[in-house]
Design a protein. Structure first.
Length: 280
């Protein structure tokens, strides 16, 4: 996989958490959109930058904080000369442990709204937690893993409180586990499995119960999740893999007929794939 700015994937897996400063991007820097394999928290200390989240443009300003969950598509664009950000990258395996904690019950909301703006006072409190986290990340303490988890617990709780959103009390642990399992299956199989019946079968559930539960916990049907992942990756391929024809992209995404893919894409976006590509 192509390396992007602060990412050293072997180091992330080895250390569980990596903290890096981003302060030397060229003013006209622009990265190709890519699928984030880990949980990324970015705190904008100074300046502003244009970024991309799930193929949608996002302006990242001073004191903004963004949470990008695994398997979402991100990209980096133009930034001001004074741009400086702190990036916390949490390995997927460690993230899978954390989502069972109480403070992470709101994590689903970050799937659709990744960033929020902090006041200067809130920003300073986040930086205080971050400084402690940085010390533990670089330590060899025997309880390092447990301490990291507790500090990230505090960080996530604080961020969620600043977002001004209530906990998802309606989410029980079984429903959350069901969605996590479904989402992992989806990310690993969206190219070959487009029907919700297959996902329900893997989870040993009826399609009706599966669909009802996914809609209850996320506000979207399971079929909508499948469609959105397909469209996001179709847009990514049309944008970054210009050497591929539309037909080749259709086949890569598991569509047996190019016409079926084109019809699906237009139904979801209002544009034909070729029209979307020309607009980029």
């Amino acid at each position: 996989m192509k390396e992007h700015i602060v990412y050293n994937y072997e180091l992330i897996v080895q250390k569980e958490v990596v903290i890096a400063e981003v302060n030397s991007l060229p003013v006209n820097y622009c990265s190709e959109p890519f699928m984030s394999p880990d949980l990324t928290i970015t705190i904008n200390n100074c300046g502003q930058a244009n970024s991309m989240y799930d193929m949608q443009p996002v302006m990242f300003k001073q004191y903004d904080i963004a949470v990008v969950l695994p398997s979402h598509i991100i990209g980096y664009g133009n930034c001001t000369e004074d741009y400086n950000a702190t990036v916390i990258v949490i390995a997927k395996a460690f993230y899978d442990e954390l989502i069972h904690r109480e403070s992470f019950k709101d994590y689903l909301k970050y799937k659709t709204k990744p960033n929020c703006h902090l006041t200067e006072e809130q920003y300073n409190k986040i930086v205080t937690i971050l400084n402690t986290l940085r010390i533990i990340v670089n330590s060899e303490h025997p309880k390092r893993h447990e301490t990291l988890a507790n500090l990230l617990d505090i960080l996530f709780y604080t961020m969620t409180r600043y977002r001004g959103e209530e906990n998802l009390e309606k989410d029980d642990s079984r429903s959350t586990y069901l969605f996590n399992t479904f989402y992992d299956l989806l990310i690993n199989n969206y190219k070959t499995q487009h029907k919700i019946e297959w996902y329900a079968e893997q989870l040993c559930l009826t399609s009706k119960y599966f669909s009802t539960t996914i809609r209850k916990i996320t506000g979207k049907s399971a079929a909508k999740w499948v469609d959105e992942i397909l469209i996001l990756n179709a847009k990514r391929l049309l944008h970054t893999r210009r050497n591929l024809t539309v037909q080749q992209i259709a086949y890569e995404l598991g569509f047996k007929e190019n016409a079926t893919f084109c019809r699906f894409f237009k139904d979801q976006t209002g544009l034909r794939p070729s029209e979307y590509r020309k607009g980029k």
